[in-house]
Design a binder for this molecule. Structure first.
Ligand code: SF4
Length: 477
C-alpha cells in the first residue's frame, strides 16, 4: 500500500557554493541538511572552470551521492537541488539542476517555488520555435535566458527574471560564476553565508541555501538574506549585487514558519523555533482548555506544544511516538488493520494517555482524515477527553507559490465549519490559532510581511486559471 500523508508537502531546497576545492561535497552536505524540503530527487552541477558536470537521480541525497559520484563532480563551484515536484510529474526528466548549452554559454539552473505564468511563457516560446525537454516550470527560465536579446549573461538573466511571476528562489552556475536570485515579493527563502578562508592564499567560500540549517554542517556563517528582487553574482571579481526589478510588497510564505522549515533554521530573518513556540503560547492564550497533559503530534507539532504547555502551565508529555523509518510504500497484512498507514507512523504511549484529558497539538489539518485517525488512536489508548489545538488558522485555499496543496474541494476547512470539523475528527473541542495571532507570532510587519493566502484566499498576485481568482492586492489588505 502507498502510505499517504495528509500534510501540505515541501517544495524544494537549493544550495550554491563558490570558491571551495570540494564544492560538490559541500553542496552534498548542504542538500543533506535540506532533505526535508524534498525527497523525490536530488542533483548537483559542479564546475572546474571549464566544464559544468551534472549528476541527478531519483531518491534521497545520501543514497544518490556516493564517493565515486562526488569524485566525478570536480571543481570549486557547485549548485544543488532537492525536489518534491509541485509542477511537472516526478520523473527524472524533471529533476534539477537543468543544464543547457546555449547562445549565452554553458549553464545549469535550480529553482524553488512556482512560476505562475510559466504556462503562458512556454506557449509563447513554443510558438516561436522553442523545444522543451521537460514539463517543469523551471525550464522556461533557461529558455528565456537563451533567447534574450541582451548581450551579457547578467543582463539576459535580469531581463528573464523580470518576465517571471510568482515564487522563485533560484541558483545558477556557469563555468566561472554562481548566480542567486529571489522573486520581487520574496515568497520563498534564500540566504547567503560565508566559510572563512583557512589559509592566507584561500579566499572565503560563499554559500547560498534555502535555509540556514544547510550552513551549519559545512561551517558557514550566516550573513544575510538574498533580498526580494535581488540578483547576486559571485565570480573571480568577488560578489556583486543588483536589483533586477523594483521592490514589491513582501509576501514571504508564513507556512515556512508554521511547518516547512527546520526549527534550527533562521527563515526570513526569524528563528523558526521561536516563532513556533510563540504560536503555541498564543494558541494557549486564545483557546485555553482545562486538561491534564499537552501532547504534540510529532515531529512538527512539538515546538508549538512546548509553547502551549509553558503558557498554560499544563505539563507536556510525549504521548505519541513517531517511527522515522517509514518508506512511501508498505506491504499491508491481508487481514486489513484499521488506520494502518497512521499506525505505521505513530504509536500511542498508553500509560501516558490512559485516563487523561489530553490537549493534542498539531500544525495543520488538511483533509482531516489523518487527524480523525489520530484522535481515535489517542482515545483507543484510554484518553478521557481529546481537545485538538492547531497552531495556524484553517487552511481554506490552495497555494500557487510552490507548495503542494490539494484542490479546494478537498480542504476540509474550505467546506466545513470549525464545529463540523470537530465533529468529523471526533474531538471534544477544536480550536485554531487566529490569523491575527499567527501574524503576531511570526512577527508580521516587524521586518517582514507575509503571504497568508492559504488561510484567507487573498492572493498577493493575480493567479491565472484558478477557481478562486482574486484581484492583486498587497498582503495585509
Ligand atoms: Fe505559503 Fe500559503 Fe502563501 Fe502558499 S498560499 S505561499 S503556503 S502562505
Amino acid at each position: 500500500m502507498l502510505i499517504e500523508s495528509d500534510k501540505l508537502r515541501e517544495e524544494c531546497g537549493v544550495v550554491a557554493i563558490y570558491g571551495h576545492p570540494e564544492a560538490s561535497k559541500l553542496a552534498y552536505l548542504s542538500l543533506y541538511a535540506l532533505q526535508h524540503r524534498g525527497q523525490e530527487s536530488a542533483g548537483i552541477a559542479a564546475s572546474d572552470g571549464e566544464r559544468v558536470r551534472l549528476h541527478k537521480e531519483m531518491g534521497l541525497v545520501s543514497d544518490i551521492f556516493t564517493a565515486d559520484v562526488l569524485a566525478s563532480l570536480p571543481g570549486s563551484l557547485a549548485i544543488g537541488h532537492t525536489r518534491y515536484s509541485t509542477t511537472g510529474d516526478s520523473a527524472l526528466l524533471n529533476a534539477q539542476p537543468i543544464r543547457v548549452e546555449c547562445s549565452k554559454g554553458r549553464l545549469a539552473l535550480a529553482h524553488n517555488g512556482n512560476i505562475t505564468n510559466a504556462m503562458e511563457i512556454r506557449a509563447n516560446l513554443e510558438a516561436q520555435g522553442s523545444i522543451f525537454q521537460t514539463t517543469s516550470d523551471t525550464e522556461v527560465v533557461v529558455h528565456l535566458i537563451a533567447r534574450s536579446r541582451e548581450e551579457t549573461l547578467v543582463a539576459a538573466m535580469a531581463d528573464s527574471l523580470r518576465r517571471l511571476e510568482g515564487a522563485f528562489s533560484l541558483v545558477m552556475i556557469t563555468p566561472d560564476r554562481i548566480f542567486a536570485a529571489r522573486d520581487p515579493r520574496g515568497f520563498r527563502p534564500l540566504v547567503m553565508g560565508r566559510i572563512p578562508g583557512q589559509a592566507a592564499h584561500r579566499a572565503d567560500t560563499i554559500v547560498f541555501a534555502s535555509e540556514t540549517c544547510a550552513f551549519d554542517l559545512v561551517g558557514a556563517i550566516y550573513e544575510r538574506e538574498v533580498k526580494p528582487g535581488e540578483l547576486i553574482i559571485v565570480g573571480p571579481e568577488g560578489a556583486h549585487s543588483r536589483f533586477y526589478a523594483a521592490q514589491q510588497p513582501q509576501s514571504s510564505c508564513v507556512f515556512e514558519h508554521v511547518y516547512f522549515s527546520r526549527p534550527d533554521s533562521l527563515v526570513f530573518g526569524k528563528a523558526v523555533q521561536e516563532t513556533r513556540d510563540e504560536m503555541g503560547r498564543q494558541l494557549a492564550r486564545e483557546a485555553p482548555v482545562d486538561a491534564d497533559i499537552v501532547v504534540p503530534v510529532p515531529d512538527s507539532g512539538v515546538t508549538a506544544a512546548m509553547g502551549f504547555s509553558h503558557e498554560s502551565g499544563i505539563p507536556l508529555q510525549f504521548g505519541l511516538i513517531r517511527n522515522h523509518y517509514v518508506g512511501r510504500t508498505f506491504i499491508e497484512p491481508e487481514q486489513r488493520v484499521r488506520d494502518f498507514g497512521v499506525k505505521l507512523k505513530l504509536n500511542p504511549v498508553r500509560h501516558v494517555l490512559a485516563g487523561k484529558r489530553v490537549v493534542l497539538i498539531d500544525d495543520s489539518i488538511v483533509r482531516g482524515t489523518t487527524s480523525r485517525k489520530i484522535v481515535r488512536m489517542v482515545r483507543d489508548a484510554g484518553a478521557k477527553e481529546v481537545h485538538m489545538r492547531i497552531s495556524c488558522p484553517p487552511t481554506v485555499s490552495s497555494c500557487y507559490y510552490g507548495v503542494d496543496t490539494p484542490s479546494k474541494n478537498q480542504l476540509i476547512a474550505a467546506n466545513k465549519s470549525v464545529d463540523e470539523i470537530r465533529e468529523y475528527i471526533c474531538a471534544d473541542s477544536l480550536a485554531y490559532l487566529s490569523l491575527e495571532g499567527l501574524r503576531r507570532a511570526a512577527g508580521d510587519g516587524n521586518g517582514v510581511s507575509y503571504c497568508t493566502a492559504c488561510y484567507t484566499g487573498k492572493y498577493p498576485t493575480n493567479v491565472v486559471g484558478v477557481d478562486e481568482i482574486q484581484p492583486a492586492m498587497a498582503v495585509g489588505d
